[in-house]
Design a protein around this ligand. Sequence first.
Ligand code: ADP
Ligand code: ASP
Ligand code: MG
Length: 434
Amino acid sequence: MANSGPKSGQRIVMKFGGTSMAGTERIRRVANIVRAQAAAGHQVAVVVSAMAGETDRLVNFCREANALYDPAEYDVVVSSGEQVTSGLLALTLQSLGSKARSWLGWQLPVKTIEAHAKARIETIDAPGLIEALEGGEIAVIPGFQGISEDGRITTMGRGGSDTSAVAIAAAVKADRCDIYTDVDGVYTTDPRIVAKARKLKAVTYEEMLELASVGAKVLQTRSVGLAMKSGVRIQVLSSFVGEDSVSADELPGTLIVSDEEMDQLVENGDMERQHVTGIAHDKNEAKIILTRVPDKPGAVAHIFEPLADASINVDMIIQNVGRDKGETDVTFTVPQADLARAQALLEDRISEIGFNRIITDSHIAKISVVGVGMKSHAGVASTMFRALSDRGINIQAISTSEIKVSVLIDEDETELAVRVLHTAYGLDSTEEAA
Ligand code: ADP
Ligand code: ASP
Ligand code: MG
């Protein structure tokens, strides 16, 4: 895969998110960005999302039709948003004089495992697509959708078009996968929350993976993992730019890079090494407390096995110091969407697990600081705890990994906590974000 070299004659995958595709006017703007890359001599495959808000609207229809909806039929409904935008973009490109056609998930095909609503891509048969690209045709591909072994439509989880784009880029051995969105790159934190967030020239795969998994939804987590595994070069950039703005070939956005490339950037003075690269928040988790669980071997396994069997991801876990009488409280978090299911599963097993009461709370947020610099630098966690306590923000749970520290706090304090930490780690920009 070429990392540098000629600026023309490359193979590029361009992905446009929902805000970029919201309405015919914006689709025309997208078509012009795509045509500029084709005019620069590149072979271009475009992956598109549904119009902003459309997938939510379709999900609601499913809920209204049948609260306990069949995920296979859910996929039939929610995949339709991308079918519309892929056809509209192909039509718009044609109207501007470009050779273009849409390639639906089942036509390529994008083969996935059968897990409806959270499918994983297994293979993409690229020869037909590559032939079309080599013939100078712009390929427009709906993101988010694939086809299962038994021929049914699948979707890849919310935000899944990012993963579709990276998978297509890997399949066609693209030189670059440009993810166009409504911000002009990856920032030190969500620029919608902190006006002083700073745009990063580059982020390592490892850091981006961690940032995405703790709530920085600018990229779907799985897309970053896939890019890291298959060596796809990602750039995140804005589709809301003027006609005379810098070409994507000049890499105006944020590059997701390997550790080695990052070292090189630091050496060249293009990046400075910070202990903390970014801060993310996630309001989509819920807390569960089981009180008076027997403090003996096997008790915790009894709690978490049924959740694992039901594919419910448990994130932060704390087992409180044992009380008298060999009992302890166990606190953990699950995705809010799985809270009702988790609660029902645990209540069904109250005697088997032996807890006294189950207490749940959705009014929480997880705030995380991420940075590879943490590996070699002590004191990152204590800076976090001090900065939060100085503002009277109470920490309900803590979890850490090699390059991340997360805390659970009251949801109402989310924005304040993110701002305070952004300042505490010296990440504030002197200019306001656009
Ligand atoms: P798209 O529809 O293009 O896929 P998303 O809404 O999924 O766009 O992702 C873009 C959004 O991600 C931005 O509007 C921004 O609010 C949010 N975001 C969260 N964290 C970050 C971050 N660290 N840097 C940039 N954007 C972020
Ligand atoms: N339209 C889908 C969603 O809103 C997929 C995507 O946009 O990435 O989740
Ligand atoms: Mg997205």
